[in-house]
Write a new protein. Structure first.
Length: 286
């Protein structure tokens, strides 16, 4: 094999994956971008070959769209924060467990991933409904019923349940690199538990927390089944709004513009969070 063929070999090896990536991701994304600039006529539908910025102007000027984008961002942020607060300690405990408890707890953490999101959403609707298990328990202890279903609280609860494994697994994987004797040595040298947590455990868990938070935020912001089933028509998020524009209003260009807006908002927020978190911990460790 000559030098030219040897240089081409890596490209030939990645060519099938590259073609799959271009065909299944880049091409549909470019088509969506093109569709978002098309005009829309109520009688004729999307007008191919036309160009307009009205859909993007509506996204940044209409209070209806701004409210839905804001709701999507803050719900996703709350879900991410709750997953960090619940998942990071759970991952730390998991990393300190021995056999066979580690395998059992890990199976419990991963078990929800084996069930459809739609099934889990219906399960939460049964638990949180007016005649659900939660209200029956409240009545049993003499308290009044609460209305949780079709509220933002119901969406947050269900999203935390669905997204928690995506936080636990990355943090647990990062903590596998931490030697337990290092933590014991720090405590032996009179370091406080808080100092040990800040200077030894958190730096090791940081990559997992960072990757887990990015995954959780991105999946929460683009979630459709949970907001659609537990939020209903009252708690509309961006994914349900895109669904309405495509299938109810048949305004495909506006739906495409909303989808591109969600993608750009996700990228900006996730990149900003990534850099801010890295700088904060570098400053703390320095």
């Amino acid at each position: 094999m000559n030098r030219t063929s040897f240089r081409r070999l890596p490209w030939l090896m990645v060519a099938p994956a590259l073609l799959l990536f271009l065909g299944l991701l880049i091409a549909p994304l470019l088509m969506t971008v093109g569709l978002s600039f098309n005009e829309f006529d109520l009688q004729l539908g999307p007008q191919a070959g036309t160009f307009t910025l009205e859909h993007y102007k509506a996204l940044v000027s209409d209070s209806f769209f701004l409210e839905i984008f804001w709701r999507t961002c803050w719900i996703s942020a709350v879900v991410t924060l709750l997953c960090i607060c619940i998942g990071a300690p759970q991952a730390y405990i998991l990393s300190r467990m021995g056999s066979p408890w580690r395998s059992i707890v890990l199976l419990i953490v991963l078990a929800p991933l084996l069930i459809s999101v739609v099934v889990r959403a219906f399960g939460w609707s049964v638990l949180l409904g007016q005649d659900g298990l939660l209200n029956h328990l409240l009545q049993a202890v003499g308290l009044d019923r609460v209305r949780i279903l079709y509220t933002e609280t119901a969406v947050i609860i269900a999203l935390v349940h669905v997204m928690l494994p995506f936080m636990v697994i990355p943090v647990w994987t990062s903590l596998q690199k931490l030697d337990p004797t290092v933590e014991s040595a720090a405590l032996t040298l009179n370091a406080s538990p808080l100092t040990t947590l800040r200077r030894i455990i958190l730096p090791q868990a940081l990559p997992g927390i960072l990757s887990g938070s990015l995954i959780v935020f991105g999946l929460s912001a683009s979630s459709f089944a949970i907001p659609g089933l537990l939020g209903g028509r009252r708690v509309k998020m961006v994914a349900t709004l895109i669904y309405d524009e495509y299938l109810h209003e048949l305004n495909w260009p506006l739906g495409a513009a909303i989808a591109i807006g969600l993608l750009l908002a996700n990228l900006v927020i996730m990149l900003t969070w990534n850099r801010a978190l890295e700088r904060r911990f570098k400053k703390a460790l320095g």
